[in-house]
Design a protein around this ligand. Structure first.
Ligand code: CTP
Length: 208
């Protein structure tokens, strides 16, 4: 099958030397790309900047901003059977990007931000995607309830929910503990390495 995976953080430029970003190592998305490739799928990884090596045999599109990510997904998703959105996309981006480096002046600086496009939330509707759609949800409270709302609201087949209030897993860690949240049921998976989780998740997603 053709599988699209988004991964890593986005970078939202403030001026030529600064940006806003999200805390994301990209490990989960890259592990999914590698696992899907090893199971014989044709994989396209669309990723923000990370320090990881691109898994062998995986096609790759590098992106920086949420807008870049939107455009890359929009241009590629039509030929995909499965789309998995593991990228940590900035929800807001500077309203305008300064042409020159912003110089220090007063004691306070206010940045005006505007909402980015919701890539996952546009895939079913605006992009007309008919395949299997899987999102991630990073939650600090009411994990299942919030994830189910995202699953239904964004037309996903599955949301992989992370409780990011737990200190030693998720984010920069090589381990993760997730709950699979479907429209009508959920399943908590035991803590495991991102590699083990990824190969299990690919098998689950293939069946959807
Ligand atoms: N996502 C996306 N485009 C955005 C924001 C998020 O595609 N502009 C995707 C992420 O890749 C992830 C999912 O949406 O798969 C959920 O991200 P999360 O930050 O948990 O949720 P949000 O929809 O941003 O909702 P909220 O911040 O209100 O929890």
């Amino acid at each position: 099958m053709n599988v699209l995976i988004t991964a890593g953080p986005t970078r939202e430029p403030i001026d030529p030397v600064r940006y806003l970003t999200n805390r994301s190592s990209g490990k989960m998305g890259y592990a999914l790309a590698e696992a899907a490739q090893k199971r014989g799928h044709s994989v396209l990884l669309i990723s923000g900047p990370t320090s990881l090596d691109i898994p062998e045999g995986v096609d790759f599109i590098p992106i920086e901003s949420a807008e870049d990510l939107y455009q890359a997904v929009e241009s590629q998703v039509g030929r995909m059977d499965i789309a998995i959105f593991a990228a940590a996309v900035a929800d807001y981006t500077p309203l305008s990007v300064a042409d020159q480096k912003i110089k220090k002046s007063g004691d306070e600086l206010t940045l005006a931000l505007k909402k980015t496009k919701d890539v996952l939330g546009s895939t079913r509707g605006a992009m007309g995607f008919k395949g299997t759609l899987v999102g991630f949800a990073a939650e600090t409270e009411n994990v299942e309830e919030n994830a189910r709302e995202k699953c239904i609201g964004k037309g996903c087949d599955l949301i992989i929910a992370n409780d990011v209030s737990q200190k030693d897993i998720g984010f920069d860690s090589s381990e993760n503990e997730v709950t699979l949240v479907y429209k009508d049921r959920s399943e908590a998976l035991p803590q495991n390495s991102k590699e083990h989780l990824a190969s299990h998740l690919v098998k689950v997603i293939e069946q959807l």
